[in-house]
Design a protein around this ligand. Sequence first.
Ligand SMILES: Cc1ncc(COP(=O)(O)O)c(C=O)c1O
Length: 396
Amino acid sequence: MINGTNVKLGKVRSAIRELFEYGRKRKAEIGEENVFDFSLGNPSVPAPEEVKTELLRLISETDPVFLHGYTSAQGDYSVRKTLADDINARFGTRLTADCLYMTCGAAASLCITLNALVCSGDEVITFAPFFPEYSVFASRAGAKLVAVKSDPLSFQPDLAALRSELCDKTKAVIINSPNNPSGVVYSEKTITALAEILREHEEKTGNEIYLISDEPYRELVFDDSISVPYIMNYYDRAIVCYSYSKSLSLPGERIGYIAVSNKMEELSEVYAGICGAGRALGYVCAPNLFQQLVKAVTGKTADISVYKRNRDILCAALTSYGYTVIKPDGAFYLFVKALEEDAEKFAEKAKEYELLLVPSDSFGVKGYVRISYCVDTAMIERSLPAFRKLAESYKA
Ligand SMILES: Cc1ncc(COP(=O)(O)O)c(C=O)c1O
Protein backbone atom coordinates (compact mmCIF):
# COMPACT_ATOMS: atom_id res chain seq x y z
CA MET A 1 0.00 0.00 0.00
CA ILE A 2 1.29 3.49 -0.81
CA ASN A 3 0.49 6.91 0.65
CA GLY A 4 -3.23 7.45 -0.01
CA THR A 5 -3.15 11.20 0.60
CA ASN A 6 -0.70 11.67 -2.26
CA VAL A 7 -2.60 9.31 -4.54
CA LYS A 8 -5.70 11.41 -3.96
CA LEU A 9 -3.79 14.64 -4.61
CA GLY A 10 -2.43 13.17 -7.83
CA LYS A 11 -5.84 12.01 -9.03
CA VAL A 12 -8.06 14.94 -8.13
CA ARG A 13 -7.40 17.96 -10.32
CA SER A 14 -7.77 21.48 -8.94
CA ALA A 15 -10.89 23.40 -10.05
CA ILE A 16 -8.63 25.59 -12.22
CA ARG A 17 -6.94 22.65 -13.97
CA GLU A 18 -10.31 20.95 -14.43
CA LEU A 19 -11.64 24.04 -16.22
CA PHE A 20 -8.48 24.37 -18.31
CA GLU A 21 -8.82 20.75 -19.47
CA TYR A 22 -12.50 21.34 -20.30
CA GLY A 23 -11.37 24.38 -22.35
CA ARG A 24 -8.82 22.31 -24.24
CA LYS A 25 -11.50 19.81 -25.30
CA ARG A 26 -14.03 22.53 -26.12
CA LYS A 27 -11.48 24.37 -28.32
CA ALA A 28 -10.90 21.14 -30.27
CA GLU A 29 -14.67 20.87 -30.80
CA ILE A 30 -15.64 24.42 -31.78
CA GLY A 31 -12.36 26.15 -32.62
CA GLU A 32 -9.84 27.96 -30.45
CA GLU A 33 -11.19 31.41 -31.30
CA ASN A 34 -14.69 30.57 -30.06
CA VAL A 35 -13.74 29.65 -26.49
CA PHE A 36 -13.00 32.44 -24.02
CA ASP A 37 -10.60 30.77 -21.64
CA PHE A 38 -9.94 32.85 -18.52
CA SER A 39 -8.89 29.89 -16.37
CA LEU A 40 -5.10 29.90 -15.99
CA GLY A 41 -2.61 32.40 -14.55
CA ASN A 42 -0.05 31.75 -17.27
CA PRO A 43 1.70 35.02 -18.29
CA SER A 44 0.68 36.09 -21.80
CA VAL A 45 3.47 38.60 -22.41
CA PRO A 46 6.92 37.33 -23.39
CA ALA A 47 9.94 37.58 -21.11
CA PRO A 48 11.81 40.87 -21.60
CA GLU A 49 14.26 40.95 -24.54
CA GLU A 50 17.16 41.07 -22.06
CA VAL A 51 16.30 37.53 -20.95
CA LYS A 52 17.08 36.18 -24.43
CA THR A 53 20.19 38.35 -24.81
CA GLU A 54 21.58 37.33 -21.45
CA LEU A 55 20.74 33.65 -21.93
CA LEU A 56 22.61 33.63 -25.25
CA ARG A 57 25.53 35.48 -23.66
CA LEU A 58 25.62 33.09 -20.70
CA ILE A 59 25.56 30.05 -22.97
CA SER A 60 28.21 31.35 -25.35
CA GLU A 61 30.56 33.00 -22.86
CA THR A 62 30.33 30.98 -19.62
CA ASP A 63 32.28 27.84 -18.80
CA PRO A 64 29.66 25.10 -19.42
CA VAL A 65 30.97 23.00 -16.56
CA PHE A 66 30.14 25.87 -14.22
CA LEU A 67 26.93 26.95 -15.97
CA HIS A 68 25.32 23.51 -15.99
CA GLY A 69 26.93 22.33 -12.79
CA TYR A 70 25.75 22.07 -9.18
CA THR A 71 25.87 25.22 -7.10
CA SER A 72 25.79 25.30 -3.30
CA ALA A 73 22.58 23.70 -2.05
CA GLN A 74 21.22 27.16 -1.12
CA GLY A 75 22.24 28.68 -4.47
CA ASP A 76 25.29 30.32 -5.99
CA TYR A 77 26.88 32.83 -3.58
CA SER A 78 27.33 35.61 -6.16
CA VAL A 79 23.68 35.27 -7.27
CA ARG A 80 22.41 35.47 -3.69
CA LYS A 81 24.72 38.46 -3.01
CA THR A 82 23.49 40.36 -6.10
CA LEU A 83 19.83 39.70 -5.22
CA ALA A 84 20.37 40.65 -1.55
CA ASP A 85 22.08 43.91 -2.62
CA ASP A 86 19.19 44.67 -4.98
CA ILE A 87 16.58 44.08 -2.23
CA ASN A 88 18.60 46.31 0.12
CA ALA A 89 18.80 49.10 -2.48
CA ARG A 90 15.06 48.93 -3.19
CA PHE A 91 13.68 48.49 0.31
CA GLY A 92 16.34 49.79 2.69
CA THR A 93 16.94 46.36 4.25
CA ARG A 94 20.35 44.95 5.23
CA LEU A 95 20.21 41.40 3.98
CA THR A 96 23.32 39.37 3.24
CA ALA A 97 23.71 36.53 0.75
CA ASP A 98 23.16 34.20 3.70
CA CYS A 99 19.61 35.46 4.16
CA LEU A 100 18.67 34.07 0.71
CA TYR A 101 17.93 30.54 -0.48
CA MET A 102 17.39 30.01 -4.24
CA THR A 103 14.36 27.89 -5.14
CA CYS A 104 12.30 26.53 -8.02
CA GLY A 105 9.66 29.30 -7.76
CA ALA A 106 7.16 30.43 -5.13
CA ALA A 107 5.59 26.99 -4.71
CA ALA A 108 8.95 25.55 -3.66
CA SER A 109 9.69 28.63 -1.54
CA LEU A 110 6.44 28.16 0.37
CA CYS A 111 6.88 24.39 0.81
CA ILE A 112 10.43 24.82 2.11
CA THR A 113 9.48 27.68 4.44
CA LEU A 114 6.47 25.89 5.90
CA ASN A 115 8.43 22.67 6.38
CA ALA A 116 11.20 24.64 8.07
CA LEU A 117 8.87 26.35 10.56
CA VAL A 118 5.98 24.02 11.29
CA CYS A 119 5.87 21.45 14.08
CA SER A 120 3.17 18.82 13.89
CA GLY A 121 -0.19 20.22 15.06
CA ASP A 122 0.68 23.88 14.38
CA GLU A 123 -1.71 26.21 12.61
CA VAL A 124 -0.93 28.52 9.70
CA ILE A 125 -3.27 31.43 9.07
CA THR A 126 -4.03 33.03 5.73
CA PHE A 127 -6.68 35.41 4.42
CA ALA A 128 -9.49 34.38 2.09
CA PRO A 129 -9.56 34.58 -0.83
CA PHE A 130 -6.25 32.69 -1.06
CA PHE A 131 -4.21 30.58 -3.51
CA PRO A 132 -5.74 27.07 -3.10
CA GLU A 133 -2.37 25.28 -3.00
CA TYR A 134 -1.71 26.80 0.46
CA SER A 135 -3.92 24.05 1.94
CA VAL A 136 -1.84 21.37 0.24
CA PHE A 137 1.50 22.95 1.22
CA ALA A 138 0.45 23.53 4.85
CA SER A 139 -0.97 20.07 5.39
CA ARG A 140 2.13 18.40 3.90
CA ALA A 141 4.21 20.40 6.39
CA GLY A 142 2.01 19.08 9.23
CA ALA A 143 -0.05 22.23 9.81
CA LYS A 144 -3.72 23.05 9.62
CA LEU A 145 -4.48 26.01 7.33
CA VAL A 146 -6.88 28.46 8.96
CA ALA A 147 -8.55 30.90 6.56
CA VAL A 148 -9.50 34.28 8.00
CA LYS A 149 -11.99 36.40 6.09
CA SER A 150 -11.29 39.67 4.34
CA ASP A 151 -13.36 42.82 4.37
CA PRO A 152 -16.21 42.14 1.90
CA LEU A 153 -15.83 45.52 0.16
CA SER A 154 -12.11 46.30 0.12
CA PHE A 155 -10.84 42.69 0.27
CA GLN A 156 -8.17 43.86 2.73
CA PRO A 157 -7.64 41.28 5.53
CA ASP A 158 -10.17 41.47 8.38
CA LEU A 159 -7.79 42.09 11.26
CA ALA A 160 -10.40 41.75 14.01
CA ALA A 161 -11.08 38.26 12.67
CA LEU A 162 -7.33 37.56 12.65
CA ARG A 163 -7.07 38.58 16.31
CA SER A 164 -9.72 36.06 17.29
CA GLU A 165 -8.01 33.21 15.38
CA LEU A 166 -4.52 33.68 16.86
CA CYS A 167 -3.77 31.00 19.42
CA ASP A 168 -0.92 29.02 20.99
CA LYS A 169 -0.80 26.79 17.91
CA THR A 170 -0.33 29.64 15.40
CA LYS A 171 3.12 29.34 13.84
CA ALA A 172 2.81 31.57 10.81
CA VAL A 173 0.61 33.92 8.83
CA ILE A 174 0.80 33.86 5.02
CA ILE A 175 -0.09 36.97 3.06
CA ASN A 176 -0.19 37.36 -0.72
CA SER A 177 -0.22 40.85 -2.21
CA PRO A 178 -0.96 41.71 -4.98
CA ASN A 179 -3.43 38.96 -4.34
CA ASN A 180 -4.41 35.94 -6.37
CA PRO A 181 -7.41 35.91 -6.97
CA SER A 182 -8.61 39.42 -6.00
CA GLY A 183 -5.78 41.54 -7.47
CA VAL A 184 -5.93 43.67 -4.32
CA VAL A 185 -2.72 45.18 -2.91
CA TYR A 186 -2.63 45.10 0.90
CA SER A 187 -2.17 48.70 2.05
CA GLU A 188 0.54 50.02 4.33
CA LYS A 189 -2.18 50.62 6.94
CA THR A 190 -3.14 46.94 6.78
CA ILE A 191 0.45 45.69 7.03
CA THR A 192 1.29 48.04 9.91
CA ALA A 193 -1.79 46.97 11.87
CA LEU A 194 -1.24 43.28 11.05
CA ALA A 195 2.36 43.47 12.31
CA GLU A 196 1.22 45.21 15.49
CA ILE A 197 -1.35 42.46 16.21
CA LEU A 198 1.26 39.73 15.74
CA ARG A 199 3.76 41.54 18.01
CA GLU A 200 1.09 42.03 20.70
CA HIS A 201 0.20 38.35 20.54
CA GLU A 202 3.87 37.36 20.80
CA GLU A 203 4.38 39.61 23.81
CA LYS A 204 1.27 38.35 25.56
CA THR A 205 1.82 34.64 24.96
CA GLY A 206 5.56 34.28 24.31
CA ASN A 207 4.55 32.42 21.16
CA GLU A 208 6.73 33.30 18.12
CA ILE A 209 4.84 33.92 14.90
CA TYR A 210 6.37 34.24 11.43
CA LEU A 211 4.91 36.45 8.73
CA ILE A 212 5.38 34.86 5.30
CA SER A 213 4.83 37.05 2.26
CA ASP A 214 4.12 35.12 -0.95
CA GLU A 215 5.22 37.57 -3.66
CA PRO A 216 5.02 36.25 -7.23
CA TYR A 217 3.07 39.39 -8.23
CA ARG A 218 5.13 42.09 -6.44
CA GLU A 219 6.23 43.75 -9.69
CA LEU A 220 2.78 43.52 -11.32
CA VAL A 221 1.27 46.78 -10.04
CA PHE A 222 -0.36 49.16 -12.51
CA ASP A 223 -0.20 52.53 -10.81
CA ASP A 224 3.01 54.24 -9.65
CA SER A 225 1.17 55.73 -6.68
CA ILE A 226 0.55 52.24 -5.25
CA SER A 227 3.40 50.55 -3.45
CA VAL A 228 3.54 47.06 -2.04
CA PRO A 229 4.91 47.34 1.51
CA TYR A 230 8.06 45.26 2.10
CA ILE A 231 7.15 43.21 5.18
CA MET A 232 10.68 43.16 6.63
CA ASN A 233 10.28 46.89 7.28
CA TYR A 234 7.20 46.26 9.44
CA TYR A 235 7.83 42.99 11.23
CA ASP A 236 11.04 41.27 12.29
CA ARG A 237 10.02 37.61 11.98
CA ALA A 238 9.44 38.11 8.25
CA ILE A 239 10.14 35.74 5.36
CA VAL A 240 9.59 36.62 1.68
CA CYS A 241 8.80 33.85 -0.82
CA TYR A 242 9.62 35.36 -4.20
CA SER A 243 9.28 34.05 -7.74
CA TYR A 244 10.24 35.18 -11.24
CA SER A 245 7.36 33.19 -12.81
CA LYS A 246 5.20 36.27 -13.38
CA SER A 247 7.61 39.22 -13.06
CA LEU A 248 9.86 37.92 -15.85
CA SER A 249 7.23 35.68 -17.52
CA LEU A 250 9.33 32.57 -16.78
CA PRO A 251 6.88 30.17 -15.08
CA GLY A 252 8.27 27.12 -16.86
CA GLU A 253 11.84 27.77 -15.79
CA ARG A 254 11.06 27.39 -12.07
CA ILE A 255 13.18 30.02 -10.38
CA GLY A 256 12.69 32.13 -7.25
CA TYR A 257 14.07 32.57 -3.76
CA ILE A 258 13.34 32.73 -0.05
CA ALA A 259 14.60 35.81 1.81
CA VAL A 260 14.75 35.62 5.62
CA SER A 261 14.86 38.93 7.49
CA ASN A 262 18.18 39.57 9.22
CA LYS A 263 16.25 41.40 11.94
CA MET A 264 14.98 38.22 13.60
CA GLU A 265 17.29 37.19 16.42
CA GLU A 266 17.04 33.51 15.51
CA LEU A 267 18.07 34.15 11.86
CA SER A 268 20.81 31.49 11.79
CA GLU A 269 18.45 28.90 13.27
CA VAL A 270 15.65 29.71 10.81
CA TYR A 271 18.06 29.82 7.85
CA ALA A 272 19.44 26.43 8.91
CA GLY A 273 15.84 25.17 9.06
CA ILE A 274 15.25 26.45 5.52
CA CYS A 275 18.43 24.70 4.31
CA GLY A 276 17.36 21.54 6.15
CA ALA A 277 13.83 21.57 4.75
CA GLY A 278 15.22 22.22 1.24
CA ARG A 279 17.48 19.22 1.71
CA ALA A 280 14.72 16.97 3.08
CA LEU A 281 12.38 17.90 0.23
CA GLY A 282 15.08 17.58 -2.44
CA TYR A 283 14.82 21.29 -3.31
CA VAL A 284 18.57 21.92 -3.44
CA CYS A 285 20.63 23.73 -6.03
CA ALA A 286 17.99 25.53 -8.11
CA PRO A 287 18.78 25.42 -11.88
CA ASN A 288 22.07 27.28 -12.27
CA LEU A 289 21.47 28.63 -15.79
CA PHE A 290 18.44 30.50 -14.44
CA GLN A 291 20.17 31.49 -11.21
CA GLN A 292 22.81 33.23 -13.37
CA LEU A 293 20.09 34.65 -15.64
CA VAL A 294 18.14 36.34 -12.80
CA LYS A 295 21.42 37.77 -11.53
CA ALA A 296 22.14 39.20 -15.00
CA VAL A 297 18.67 40.76 -15.46
CA THR A 298 18.14 42.02 -11.91
CA GLY A 299 15.66 44.91 -11.94
CA LYS A 300 14.01 43.96 -15.26
CA THR A 301 10.28 43.16 -15.51
CA ALA A 302 8.07 41.87 -18.33
CA ASP A 303 5.95 44.50 -20.11
CA ILE A 304 2.94 44.75 -17.80
CA SER A 305 1.21 47.49 -19.83
CA VAL A 306 -0.70 44.73 -21.66
CA TYR A 307 -2.17 43.48 -18.36
CA LYS A 308 -3.16 47.03 -17.42
CA ARG A 309 -4.91 47.48 -20.79
CA ASN A 310 -6.71 44.13 -20.38
CA ARG A 311 -7.79 45.08 -16.87
CA ASP A 312 -9.14 48.43 -18.00
CA ILE A 313 -11.09 46.96 -20.93
CA LEU A 314 -12.67 44.25 -18.76
CA CYS A 315 -13.46 46.49 -15.77
CA ALA A 316 -15.13 49.14 -17.94
CA ALA A 317 -17.14 46.67 -20.05
CA LEU A 318 -18.25 44.38 -17.24
CA THR A 319 -19.30 47.30 -15.03
CA SER A 320 -21.35 48.73 -17.90
CA TYR A 321 -23.13 45.35 -18.31
CA GLY A 322 -24.11 45.44 -14.61
CA TYR A 323 -21.44 43.23 -13.04
CA THR A 324 -19.81 44.17 -9.74
CA VAL A 325 -16.03 43.90 -10.01
CA ILE A 326 -13.24 44.37 -7.47
CA LYS A 327 -10.95 46.71 -9.40
CA PRO A 328 -7.50 45.13 -9.13
CA ASP A 329 -4.39 47.24 -8.48
CA GLY A 330 -2.08 44.41 -9.44
CA ALA A 331 -1.50 40.78 -10.53
CA PHE A 332 -3.59 39.72 -13.55
CA TYR A 333 -6.84 38.57 -12.00
CA LEU A 334 -10.27 40.15 -11.79
CA PHE A 335 -12.70 39.07 -9.07
CA VAL A 336 -16.28 39.44 -10.24
CA LYS A 337 -19.43 38.95 -8.19
CA ALA A 338 -21.43 36.02 -9.52
CA LEU A 339 -24.91 36.91 -10.73
CA GLU A 340 -26.43 34.17 -8.60
CA GLU A 341 -25.61 33.04 -5.07
CA ASP A 342 -23.87 29.84 -6.10
CA ALA A 343 -20.66 30.74 -7.97
CA GLU A 344 -20.26 27.18 -9.27
CA LYS A 345 -23.70 27.29 -10.89
CA PHE A 346 -22.88 30.73 -12.30
CA ALA A 347 -19.61 29.42 -13.79
CA GLU A 348 -21.55 26.49 -15.31
CA LYS A 349 -24.00 28.96 -16.86
CA ALA A 350 -21.07 31.03 -18.19
CA LYS A 351 -19.86 27.92 -20.04
CA GLU A 352 -23.06 28.07 -22.13
CA TYR A 353 -21.60 31.32 -23.52
CA GLU A 354 -18.14 29.70 -23.88
CA LEU A 355 -16.79 31.78 -20.98
CA LEU A 356 -14.44 29.82 -18.71
CA LEU A 357 -14.46 31.50 -15.29
CA VAL A 358 -13.12 29.97 -12.07
CA PRO A 359 -15.68 29.85 -9.21
CA SER A 360 -14.36 31.40 -6.00
CA ASP A 361 -15.16 28.42 -3.74
CA SER A 362 -11.69 26.92 -4.10
CA PHE A 363 -10.19 30.28 -3.05
CA GLY A 364 -12.07 30.04 0.26
CA VAL A 365 -14.91 32.50 -0.44
CA LYS A 366 -18.33 32.11 -1.95
CA GLY A 367 -20.19 34.09 -4.57
CA TYR A 368 -17.43 35.26 -6.97
CA VAL A 369 -15.62 34.10 -10.09
CA ARG A 370 -12.01 34.76 -11.04
CA ILE A 371 -11.07 35.99 -14.48
CA SER A 372 -7.39 35.56 -15.42
CA TYR A 373 -6.78 38.38 -17.87
CA CYS A 374 -3.24 37.35 -18.80
CA VAL A 375 -4.62 36.52 -22.25
CA ASP A 376 -4.62 38.09 -25.71
CA THR A 377 -6.38 41.46 -25.71
CA ALA A 378 -8.14 40.35 -28.92
CA MET A 379 -9.71 37.41 -27.05
CA ILE A 380 -10.97 39.76 -24.36
CA GLU A 381 -12.54 41.98 -27.02
CA ARG A 382 -14.16 38.95 -28.69
CA SER A 383 -15.51 37.76 -25.34
CA LEU A 384 -17.37 40.96 -24.41
CA PRO A 385 -20.65 40.15 -26.23
CA ALA A 386 -20.70 36.81 -24.37
CA PHE A 387 -20.32 38.60 -21.02
CA ARG A 388 -23.14 40.94 -22.02
CA LYS A 389 -25.44 38.09 -23.03
CA LEU A 390 -24.65 36.23 -19.80
CA ALA A 391 -25.64 39.31 -17.76
CA GLU A 392 -28.81 39.75 -19.84
CA SER A 393 -29.79 36.14 -19.25
CA TYR A 394 -30.08 36.96 -15.53
CA LYS A 395 -32.24 40.03 -16.20
CA ALA A 396 -34.67 38.16 -18.40
C1 LIG B 1 -0.33 33.34 -5.06
C2 LIG B 1 0.57 32.37 -5.71
N1 LIG B 1 1.55 31.81 -4.99
C3 LIG B 1 2.40 30.93 -5.54
C4 LIG B 1 2.30 30.55 -6.86
C5 LIG B 1 3.27 29.57 -7.43
O1 LIG B 1 4.14 30.25 -8.27
P1 LIG B 1 5.46 29.59 -8.92
O2 LIG B 1 5.19 29.43 -10.37
O3 LIG B 1 6.51 30.60 -8.70
O4 LIG B 1 5.72 28.33 -8.21
C6 LIG B 1 1.29 31.10 -7.65
C7 LIG B 1 1.13 30.69 -9.06
O5 LIG B 1 0.22 31.04 -9.76
C8 LIG B 1 0.39 32.04 -7.07
O6 LIG B 1 -0.59 32.61 -7.77
